[in-house]
Design a protein around this ligand. Structure first.
Ligand code: UGA
Length: 439
């Protein structure tokens, strides 16, 4: 259910409102059988036994905790609506990512109904990642369900366990108390983001010393205690979750007077900002300290491959920085729409057509990589789309202004081959062979 008719119409159409591999197949198979999309919120609340609250909880933009605390307004509104229209007992599940102890607020709102109904609140955070959402759904590492440690709370949790147990092995379904479940979600994202910031901090050191960050990731990750995954150095992490959830965690720590803990986690975001800035500075610095009037091709705009999502995408910050330097930007991404680009740019960076004249002339969105690169002074790879690995870089080189620069913000290209063609290549955390030699 959603109150947005346009969204629901799209979910009921052949063109779903989001790009996610495997999703159209699942929707096609289930829609009209056991999957329905509707705006009839009140009717559906009445019929349901279990209601998932899956609304967004963005970082507050004003008021107390602005810029860090999560806004749970939408969760509260859902709870109020449920309390208002329900005519039978319900299990209400927090699916949205929320600050720890939000269940308490939801439970209080629900309990304020005067119809003598009983509601059980469960926490069931979502751990799927965009681009792999369907695989994550079918084979999750774990499902986490938090409930009140009372007979009623435990019974409600067991009911939800039995739903997941239809396809998830029982040993992968964890049950905890409410607060552990709520907090685990923030901590999981904080740990993942911390790994990216940790390896990105090392990438800067690699560039200064001649070490290779990919070799370091491999060497370090082969220690089972550390693990291989999430050690891919990049232009920085993006997406709607990592930064928001860490800032939420930072705010929680501050709220409880835990300044050192807050500072520790905030540093993950500081490092990410540094990495994005470092990339833009490297582009400008390498191109003789000026990109004014130069055409720069940006390949990839989504925050990661296999999604069209641009929320907090590192590309946006690089675009903003390079626009400020006066470059002409030509952007190609197979899934991102121009509208989404501008909406996010305005929301996050405050850059829009009203306060920044000439945006449409300085930023061209292209329908293929070759036209984006034609005549460009530089190529920036900002999303790791597979198709960028197999482009004809010889052909592209011939069409570019010389010297032709490539800045590989995802380390996905064959850098030696590109150098052989004649490109000046800059990557993340890898030695520039002209600067460093072996012993
Ligand atoms: C993340 C978590 O991985 C999910 O478990 C969680 O459910 C989700 O947030 C959420 O809270 O909704 P997501 O943001 O979709 O999922 O994408 P990730 O795969 O985690 O990637 C996040 C960012 O980190 C991307 O920009 C990605 O390119 C970057 N990243 C990831 C790296 O730069 N290096 C890596 O090694 C891994």
């Amino acid at each position: 259910m959603d109150i947005n008719q346009k969204q629901i119409d799209a979910w009921n159409s052949e063109t779903l409102p989001i790009y996610e591999p495997g999703l159209p197949e699942v929707v096609k198979e289930c829609r009209g059988k056991n999957l329905f999309f509707s705006t009839a919120v009140d009717d559906e609340i009445e019929k349901a036994d279990i209601i998932f609250i899956s609304v967004n909880t963005p970082t507050k933009t004003k008021g107390i905790g602005a810029g860090r605390a999560a806004n749970i307004k939408n969760c509260e509104l859902c709870a109020r609506q449920i309390a208002k229209v329900a005519t039978s007992n319900k299990i209400v599940v927090e699916k949205s990512t929320v600050p720890v102890r939000t269940a308490q607020a939801i439970a209080r709102v629900l309990k304020s109904n005067d119809k003598g109904l009983s509601f059980q609140v469960l926490s069931n955070p979502e751990f799927l990642a965009e681009g792999t959402a369907i695989d994550d759904l079918f084979a999750p590492d774990r499902v986490l369900i938090g409930g009140q440690q009372t007979p009623e709370g435990l019974a409600a949790a067991e009911k939800l366990v039995s739903v997941y147990a239809n396809w998830v092995p029982r040993e992968r379904i964890l049950t905890t108390n409410l607060w552990s479940s709520e907090l685990s979600k923030l901590v999981a994202n904080a740990f993942l983001a911390q790994r990216v910031s940790s390896i990105n901090s090392i990438s800067a050191l690699c560039e200064a010393t001649g070490a290779d960050v990919s070799e370091i990731s491999r060497a370090v990750g082969m220690d089972d205690r550390i693990g291989k995954r999430f050690l891919q150095s990049s232009v920085g992490f993006g997406g709607s979750c990592f930064q928001k959830d860490i800032l939420n965690l930072v705010y929680l720590c501050e709220t409880f007077g835990l300044e050192e803990c807050a500072h520790y986690w905030n540093q993950v975001v500081v490092m990410n900002d540094y990495q994005k800035k470092r990339f833009s500075e490297k582009v400008v610095g390498s191109m003789f300290n000026t990109v004014t009037g130069k055409k720069i091709a940006m390949l990839g705009y989504a925050f990661k491959k296999d999604t069209g999502d641009v929320r907090e995408t590192p590309s946006m910050f690089v675009l903003r920085d390079l626009l400020q330097e006066g470059s002409r930007m030509h952007i190609y991404d197979p899934q991102v729409t121009r509208d989404d680009m501008w909406i996010e740019m305005d929301y996050t960076c405050g850059v829009n057509h009203d306060n920044t004249p000439g945006l449409d002339e300085s930023v061209i969105t292209e329908t293929d990589a070759y036209s984006a690169c034609d005549g460009a002074h530089a190529i920036c790879i900002l999303t790791e789309w597979d198709e960028f690995k197999t482009l004809d870089y010889e052909k592209i080189f011939k069409s570019m202004a010389k010297p032709a620069f490539i800045f590989d913000g995802r380390n996905i290209l064959d850098h030696a081959a590109l150098r052989k063609i004649g490109y000046e290549v800059h990557c993340i955390g890898k030695p520039d062979p002209t600067k460093f030699t072996d012993l």
